[in-house]
Design a protein around this ligand. Structure first.
Ligand SMILES: [Fe+2]
Length: 261
């Protein structure tokens, strides 16, 4: 399974993705903000959009979902937990496989950012360097999604679950370009975070389309929400105990700090 990421210029800095089977060129478009933009990208790469995958119900993720279906005839696949929010052709459950050409991807329900959110996880035990996750607005580079229309406790549970599933080489493809902003937040609260400083230096001059794709291994080096028991996060949140409940409390406190920043 291969993946193309494209930045769709808009105020929310959305990334859209095309996932495709390299043998058959059969392609899925993910969270279409702009049907025209995705069709042009598909044509330029000799790809045929035959499926549309959705991670959640927010307007900027389903804006052109029906327009893209009209233009391509591709059916819409979406989490079963979004059935009351919009129309789709296939409602996906937790752990359900979605076949694309000669490959398949795992759909996981991932509530937190919204109650209906899901992610798409690709893993190949023979070629782990090809692993990736389409995380929508659940996991971001150097951060996690907001919970304005969701629940932080639920998001914590989802992040913990995904952390156990992701391989170090998994590449993170999220729904927005927030890497630079999130690294600046990280450094604001901990200028000594060397991994964050090095990454910011490497990526901040890049355009959103050039921005380096980060692996899960790299994320685990600087993403505060993945290092909840670190001295930096204990210091930021002033929660120093070491038990599961304190880890959760640090996540909630960190999420609040990011909201206020
Ligand atoms: Fe969202």
């Amino acid at each position: 399974m291969q993946i193309l990421r494209t930045h769709v210029p808009n105020s929310a800095n959305n990334y859209n993705h095309l996932v495709y089977c390299p043998q058959t060129r059969v392609t899925a478009a993910v969270d279409p903000f702009s049907a025209e933009h995705l069709i042009a990208l598909a044509q330029a790469n000799n790809l045929v959009i035959e499926q549309i995958w959705v991670t959640h119900e927010h307007h900027d993720h389903i804006r052109h979902v029906h327009k893209l279906k009209e233009l391509t005839g591709a059916p819409i696949f979406a989490p079963s937990t979004c059935q009351a929010k919009f129309e789709a052709d296939h409602w996906l459950d937790d752990e359900q496989q979605v076949v694309l050409g000669r490959h398949s991807i795992t759909h996981l329900l991932a509530p937190g950012h919204t109650p209906g959110h899901s992610v798409y996880l690709y893993q190949d035990a023979d070629r782990p360097s090809e692993d990736f996750i389409l995380s929508g607005d659940t996991l971001f580079n150097a951060g996690v999604g907001n919970v304005k229309s969701g629940d932080a406790n639920t998001l914590f549970d989802t992040v913990m679950r995904l952390s156990k599933r992701l391989t170090p080489t998994s590449r993170l493809y999220s729904g927005h370009d927030y890497l630079v902003t999130n690294l600046k937040f990280t450094l604001h609260h901990g200028p000594q975070n060397q991994a964050a400083a090095e990454t910011l230096l490497a990526v901040e001059k890049q355009s959103p389309d050039q921005r380096a794709i980060q692996s899960w291994h790299e994320e685990c080096r600087y993403n505060l929400f993945l290092n909840l028991d670190s001295d930096q996060v204990k210091h930021i949140t002033q929660i120093h105990e070491t038990n599961t409940e304190s880890t959760r409390r640090r996540f909630l406190a960190l999420r609040q700090l990011r909201d206020q920043w």
